[in-house]
Design a protein around this ligand. Structure first.
Ligand code: FAD
Length: 382
């Protein structure tokens, strides 16, 4: 039995593996570092549940608004806002759920510095979920764990990329009243292999072990944060990689060197959204609502989303905005990225080469592209 029609359409959400009644499907990393389902045919009973549950084969139709309300917002808690990737909205929403005896699922770093989905029930655990990690998170058995919580009538907030939320909904086959889903506008998830290779290079150069990576470090402000990453070491020191020195984000933002193939043709863009709430950076927001400390965009896509947002209003600054403003600085809302045609070659080259050198080599613009870019610049100046 084939689960996906084409390999490059599989998002690796893990719904098929979670649903298999025989545990016959394992998510296994390919040579580029992305996980794909692999079936153990000695266990498979050909029930077809994996294919039925795949959100690429068909989506679970949830009642999401055709035109959600849009807010520019940030947390009044300055420390939370600084630590968070944009305006700290995830933490405020999740904190409300925890304080009301609920559970939260999101992405955290595991002991190997890779990213996995994890369920927490307290504020200490919540802190490990905060912040964007720009590589693909392993969902493991989290859809099954989420279902158990929901069946016990406990409140659950589940955060993930739009394809992960689509996978969760297909797995659950039901939009539980006690479930609130949160997604982010997604530029695409990077290969854990590329990330591992970058960390290895840092560890070798610094002769220290990496403890934690803090993407979008706002030491120089929110607007320049996409290329500013802080790396904490186990000896208590840290180093900041900013601008062109930040090789991981340099190979992601622009050349799109190690984004998952399925992100090049994402099925979960635009409206209606997959989750009750969509979060993003409010790039392009006017100066009145931009103090360079991080402004979140919040889309309320369902009544459950509106209810939760109402509950945290005392904790945040917010301003309702025009729907059309979404696109000012966030093309990823409705457009997939163009994956670099040499992406696979790049990822294979990491087997024998240094990460930074390869990013430099593969990011070089072709002469034709350079001429085109210069002409465009001249035209813009006129
Ligand atoms: C891979 C990726 C691509 C993104 N692309 C864009 C974009 O193009 N435009 C844009 O405006 N915003 C994008 N975002 C979202 C943005 O970075 C912020 O996460 C969002 O604005 C929420 O910020 P916050 O301050 O409210 O909370 P944060 O504290 O930043 O919360 C982030 C939430 O996302 C979860 N999370 C973190 N990493 C992952 C992961 N790898 N997989 C699944 N869940 C994860 C965390 O558990 C947490 O719940 C992206 C995020 C990621 C992870």
């Amino acid at each position: 039995m084939e689960i996906w029609l084409k390999k490059n359409e599989c998002t690796g959400c893990g719904a098929c593996s979670n649903v298999c009644p025989k545990g016959a499907i394992k998510m296994i990393e390919d040579e580029c570092g992305f996980k794909y389902p692999v079936i153990d045919h000695t266990l498979c009973i050909n029930c077809g549940l994996c294919k039925k549950t795949c959100p690429i084969v068909s989506k679970f139709e949830t009642a999401r608004f055709d035109k959600p309300s849009v807010y520019a917002t940030w947390s009044k808690d300055e420390e939370n806002r600084y630590i968070s990737t944009s305006g700290g909205m995830f933490f405020e929403l999740a904190k409300y759920v925890i304080e009301n005896k609920g559970s939260v699922v999101g992405a955290r770093y595991n002991k190997n510095n890779l990213v996995e989905h994890y369920l927490v029930n307290n504020l200490k655990g919540l802190e490990t979920l905060r912040q964007s990690k720009y590589l693909q998170s392993d969902t493991k058995n989290i859809f099954k764990d989420a279902q158990e919580i929901l069946k016990n009538n406990k409140l659950l907030l589940f955060v993930g990329s739009p394809c992960q939320i689509a996978g969760l909904m297909k797995f659950l086959k039901e939009d539980y009243e006690n479930l609130i889903t949160v997604e982010f506008i997604c530029r695409g998830v990077n290969s854990p292999k590329a990330y591992r290779s970058w960390l290895e290079e840092i560890e070798n150069t610094e002769a220290k072990k990496v403890k934690k990576v803090w993407f979008k470090y706002k030491i120089n402000g929110w607007k320049t944060s996409p290329k500013c990453t802080r790396v904490d070491f186990t000896d208590g020191s840290h180093k900041v990689y900013d601008g062109d020195e930040n090789k991981f984000m340099s190979g992601y933002l622009g050349p799109n060197l190690y984004i998952r193939p399925s992100c090049g043709n994402c099925h979960f863009k635009d409206l209606p959204r997959q989750a009750d709430i969509t979060l993003a950076d409010f790039w392009g927001i006017d100066n009145k609502l931009d103090d360079d400390k991080g402004t979140s965009m919040v889309l309320l896509n369902s009544n459950k989303g509106i209810d939760l947002f109402d509950k945290i209003k005392a904790k945040i600054i917010f301003d309702e905005r025009d729907f059309d403003e979404i696109l000012n600085g966030n093309q990823c809302f409705n457009h997939s990225v163009n994956i670099n045609p040499k992406s696979e070659q790049f990822l294979m080259s990491l087997n024998d080469n240094n990460f930074s050198e390869q990013v430099k080599k593969y990011s070089k613009l072709s002469i034709y592209k350079k001429i085109k870019k210069s002409i465009k610049k001249i035209i813009r100046k006129k």
